[in-house]
Design a protein around this ligand. Structure first.
Ligand SMILES: Cc1cc2nc3c(=O)[nH]c(=O)nc-3n(C[C@H](O)[C@H](O)[C@H](O)COP(=O)(O)OP(=O)(O)OC[C@H]3O[C@@H](n4cnc5c(N)ncnc54)[C@H](O)[C@@H]3O)c2cc1C
Length: 403
């Protein structure tokens, strides 16, 4: 039986960054991943370029397939509105990186191994148990059962986290649902708005959600998500899957892309979105949750990669410093105020989507503001009061013109 200072469960962005950070701090670390790497991950793979500041040693050319500078917004696939992220000459240049998660996550996992973590892929964690001053992790490969212990465990095992059971969280999760297809594409062919520097966003086709087309090197990631901040679990909504599929077909048709409906491969995955502060470490501070396992997905946009990376680094730093009892407070200090405001904004946005589209998305600086929010350059708290004022004046104008 192996003994470690730290076992990290899950080699997505949260786990791989946690393992690298802890190994760099001199800890004896194991990183367990149930799939053989590289593995597919159902995800749009879009992240603000500020990611570079968090993983400086990764070469962007090795992970970034397209650098998005424009967004093409539509309502029910009509009246496309092409908006730049960088509006004026004086705007600090921002962009959205489009990556393939299989490539990005594998690069992060290899980086952790290079830093000294023992990377064990094809190893699925079955249970995590507190045992005195150590934590026991039981896992299995296709061939055999494994047991290891550690002083600490970081659960970075995603939306269906096994590790999270240790914490016995009382609040039921708020689960959004995302779906995507990877459609092969040759740049320079087809619709004139299909360009590697353009991301497409559609708001009218999904009730309480949106759809997207994200450009990659050799394909388009076409997807849709349903975000119902006030309803618990979108997976229980039988109609949601059909609606997401219809939105994806809607995009394929609107952009005149050829496909065979019988062979198209949909991938769906839950998104545990933020729904308020929760305890994210066990009472003894031995088990910590990061990334999706900690439900750190922004409830407005549904993005979680940057938050996974940040929370993985914070978790590992707490372990290395021996300050794990302060972990939840540190995560809340980093995310809570902003995510609470994003949640209020999501409740507004998905309740009045056409008004928000008209007065927010189509605002001349709307695309820039959204990118600044994604990048953390602008706070959702600031944006919420601003959006409320705009919506109120929009609603007043709307009812006045309706009279
Ligand atoms: C359709 C869709 C589109 C999305 N698009 C975007 C986007 O464009 N931008 C963005 O920022 N976010 C997006 N997200 C959210 C994003 O994918 C997640 O927030 C992000 O992957 C979280 O990273 P993580 O490391 O916490 O978890 P994950 O990336 O899920 O990694 C968890 C890892 O743990 C492994 N694992 C699970 N169980 C076990 C086990 N028992 N034992 C061992 N290993 C285990 C998994 O195989 C996986 O490798 C999207 C999500 C969906 C569903």
């Amino acid at each position: 039986m192996a003994n470690y200072d730290l076992i990290v469960c899950g080699a997505g962005p949260a786990g791989a960054v946690a393992a690298a950070t802890a190994a760099q701090a001199g800890l004896h670390v194991a990183l367990l991943e149930k799939h053989t790497l590289p593995r597919h991950k159902t995800c749009g793979g879009g992240t603000p370029m500020v990611m570079q500041n968090l993983v400086r040693d990764l070469v962007p050319d090795a992970i970034v397939e397209s650098d998005v500078l424009l967004m093409r917004h539509t309502w029910n696939f009509a009246e496309p509105h092409l908006a730049p992220i960088n509006v004026s000459e004086t705007d600090r240049k921002l962009s959205i990186w489009m990556m393939q998660r299989s490539v990005f996550d594998n690069a992060l996992a290899q980086r952790a191994a290079h830093a000294g973590a023992k990377l064990l892929d094809g190893v699925a964690v079955r249970s995590v148990e507190l045992e005195g001053d150590r934590v026991r992790v039981r896992a299995s490969t296709k061939e055999r059962e494994l047991t290891a212990t550690a002083r600490y465990v970081i659960g970075a095992d995603g939306a269906n986290s096994v590790t999270a059971h240790v914490l016995k969280r009382r609040r039921p999760p708020t689960i959004a649902l995302g779906m995507e297809v990877e459609h092969p594409h040759t740049w320079g062919s087809g619709h004139s708005d299909l360009r590697p520097e353009i991301a497409h966003l559609e708001y009218g086709a999904v009730k309480y959600g949106y759809a997207w087309v994200f450009p990659k090197a050799d394909h388009l990631n076409i997807g849709a998500g349903v975000f119902r901040p006030q309803y618990g679990d979108a997976r229980r909504d039988r109609a949601a899957r059909g609606e997401l599929q219809q939105a994806i077909f809607g995009y394929l048709n609107a952009l005149h892309l050829k496909y065979n409906p019988d062979t198209i491969r949909f991938h769906a995955h839950p998104l545990p979105v933020w729904s308020g502060k929760e305890q994210l470490h066990s009472p003894d501070g031995r088990v910590l949750l990061a990334g999706d396992a900690a439900r750190l997905i922004n409830p407005l946009f549904g993005d979680g990669i940057l938050h996974a990376v940040k929370s993985g680094a914070i978790a590992a730093t707490c372990v290395a410093e021996g300050t794990t009892q302060r972990y939840s407070d540190r995560i809340h200090a980093e995310f809570a105020a902003n995510f609470d405001a994003a949640l209020r904004l999501a409740q507004l946005f998905y309740r009045y989507p056409s008004l928000c589209y008209k007065y927010g998305v189509n605002h001349p600086r709307g695309t820039r503001l959204a990118t600044q929010l994604l990048a953390g350059e602008l706070s959702f708290t600031h944006m919420f009061s601003r959006a409320l004022r705009r919506l109120q004046s929009g609603l007043l104008g709307h009812s006045a013109s309706a009279r």
